[in-house]
Design a protein around this ligand. Structure first.
Ligand code: CA2
Length: 169
């Protein structure tokens, strides 16, 4: 490698590290269908916390990790796909509970695969202890990891995992 190429590559590496040090990591937390009903019904499966409680928990955890966390929920598959596409340019990590679309949606899988954003899948309940149709997840094909069965704590762990992926791994 020439002197100039070496210098440029050193500068590029140093510049990239500096950019990483000063950049605020942005994470999008997506919740799918019916998760807006959390805390309202079926407390035996999903607990008594509302979606707002969980979103506030995510904001707090994000702050403690110096990450900016935005949260969105939709009952509409197409809207979720559009939000995933929109994350491509300025979101560094995704935490997603796809709700029932987890088990049915190739569209969500394709959207996640297309944007290539490090993604953690989360579920309130342990989907492997439930009906057989919940055991399969399309989202898992595109996710770096999956957390299930730990209720809202899974969102906290998911954000920590994303932070780890973006800063260490
Ligand atoms: O355990 C999870 O987080 C799920 O993603 C929740 C989905 C379910 O379809 C997945 O298999 C596992 C359902 C969310 C529905 O939430 C409700 C909350 C209260 C009342 C009714 C539904």
């Amino acid at each position: 490698m020439s002197y100039k190429a070496t210098w440029v590559s050193r500068w590029t590496r140093r510049h990239a590290i500096k950019t990483l040090e000063t950049m605020t990591l942005k994470v999008l937390v997506l919740n799918g269908p019916n998760l807006n009903m959390l805390g309202v019904r079926e407390p035996t499966i999903y607990g008594s916390e509302t979606l707002s409680d969980i979103e506030a928990l995510c904001q707090r955890e994000g702050k403690s990790l110096s990450m900016f966390v935005s949260c969105r929920q939709s009952n509409d598959e197409g809207e979720l796909v559009t939000w995933i596409h929109g994350a491509r340019d300025d979101i560094h990590g995704l935490l997603i509970n796809g709700g029932a679309y987890t088990h049915t949606s190739v569209a969500l899988l394709d959207a996640l695969s297309a944007v290539e954003i490090p993604t953690i899948e989360v579920h309130m309940s342990n989907i492997h202890r439930r009906e057989e149709f919940r055991h399969h997840s399309y989202i898992s094909f595109a996710a770096r990891g999956m957390i299930c069965g730990l209720g809202s704590y899974g969102y906290v762990l998911g954000l920590r995992a994303i932070h780890n992926i973006l800063t260490v791994l």
